[in-house]
Design a protein around this ligand. Structure first.
Ligand code: PLP
Length: 393
């Protein structure tokens, strides 16, 4: 039996490779950080989601070790059977304090938070109105739910309004959006989304995975950026990006919504509880966030500096209010040449082209971190200039 299937897979894999879409893993031989070791060679990393530079933070490592010493390695249970420690409740409370929400529920990852947020809350008589560029986990979560599905063009408020009108006879309406869209780095227009939600009696769900810790003066995300703290009904997010880069996800928001998720959300009910080390480090991380704004300030200064210098050098970067900077190359093949040559210069960046981004909009995505020093940013910019000369002549 396997022979036939093996042939089938081999053929499909060869097609993926021929299309230039085969994903190879880069093997890192050091902790995650601004400088990483790859094949024994030091490189500067500009493609991690390590926005606040906490992935190798000594205080978080210490907190994780102390958490393991005090509460053990693993929970070996789902939350509601015997997988809930005092630590889990404390982290949930810290997350709610951070976002100014009423309560929080932890998941193993934000992929699970998004996978388990729609189906328990909405049914056939309801509507979900989703941004066309939402993360794969929101798309999958919506698929698992029986609610009617509407899709509006990315951040297009006229289209959102049209879809809200189409959905006006449904019992409940929920607008779902990413806080920051990962390919352009644009922030969702939450002020206008919220206005439309009020006008058409809809609720709002924002996935703050790329925006939490990054967007807003103190990094509280898009609800801070638009003065809507505590207003939107549902926020989801990850502990795997700015918040330490470990593993873990959460949904935070209105009390009854979180209560219902504890009763019915399948990834919460049927998947293991977060390990104590991760939870303890998460608690310490949110304490650090409330003690100082140093990392957020540094990240914002770094991003402003990078974009300003790239513009001065004549590069075409998409406007960004996040730590994602899209350096537009437009041509798909060239974008891959840029990425490969940047790597030769010791700079890790990623080139994206169709179908990940629209045709003719190939780009290099640069992700800035508070872990970057000015010299790192300067090296990256100098490499861009050098590589452009090599490619464009
Ligand atoms: C990264 C990301 C996720 C997934 O987060 P994990 O915790 O790694 O599963 C979900 N949504 C968005 C918008 C993301 O960027």
């Amino acid at each position: 039996m396997y022979n036939k299937f093996q042939e089938h897979l081999k053929k499909e894999l060869a097609e993926i490779e021929a299309a230039g879409l085969y994903k190879n893993e880069r093997i890192i031989e050091s902790p995650q950080g601004a400088e990483i070791l790859v094949k024994g060679k030091k490189c500067l990393n500009f493609c991690a989601n390590n926005y606040l530079g906490l992935a190798n933070n000594p205080e978080l490592i210490k907190a994780a070790k102390e958490g393991m010493d005090a509460r053990g390695f693993g929970m070996a249970s789902v939350r509601f059977i015997c997988g809930c420690q005092d630590l889990h409740k404390k982290l949930e409370q810290k997350i709610a304090e951070f976002f100014g929400t009423e309560d929080t529920i932890l998941y193993a990852a934000c992929f699970d938070a998004n996978g388990g947020v729609f189906e328990p809350l909405l049914g056939e008589e309801d509507a979900i109105i989703s941004d066309s560029l939402n993360h794969a986990s929101i798309i999958d979560g919506v698929r698992l739910c029986k609610a009617k599905r509407f899709r509006y063009a990315n951040a297009d408020m006229a289209d959102l309004e049209a879809k809200l009108i189409e959905a006006k006879d449904c019992r409940f309406r929920l607008i779902a959006t990413d806080g920051v869209f990962s390919m352009d780095g644009n922030v969702c227009p939450l002020d206008k989304i919220y206005e439309l939600a009020e006008k058409y009696d809809a609720m709002v769900m924002v996935d703050e995975s790329h925006s939490a810790g990054v967007v807003g003066k103190t990094g509280r995300g898009v609800t801070e950026r638009y003065n809507l703290k505590g207003k939107v009904e549902i926020i989801t997010g990850t502990l795997g990006k700015a918040f330490g880069g470990g593993v873990g996800g959460f949904t935070t928001g209105k009390k009854e919504i979180i209560d219902m998720l504890r009763q019915r959300s399948r990834p919460y009910l049927f998947s293991n509880s977060l390990a104590p080390g991760l939870v303890a480090a998460g608690i310490r991380m949110f304490e650090m966030m409330s003690e100082t704004n140093e990392l957020q300030d540094k990240l914002h200064a770094n991003t402003d500096y990078f974009l300003k210098r790239m513009h001065e050098e004549g590069f075409d970067c998409k406007p960004s209010e996040s730590a994602i900077c899209a350096v537009m190359i437009y041509d798909a093949a060239k974008s891959q040449q840029y990425a490969a040559k940047m790597q030769e210069e010791g700079i890790f960046v990623t080139g994206f082209y169709y179908p990940v981004v629209p045709k003719g909009e190939a780009r290099i995505r640069v992700q800035i971190s508070a872990a970057h020093e000015k010299e790192h940013l300067d090296k990256c910019i100098a490499a861009f200039v050098k590589v452009r000369k090599e490619i464009e002549g």
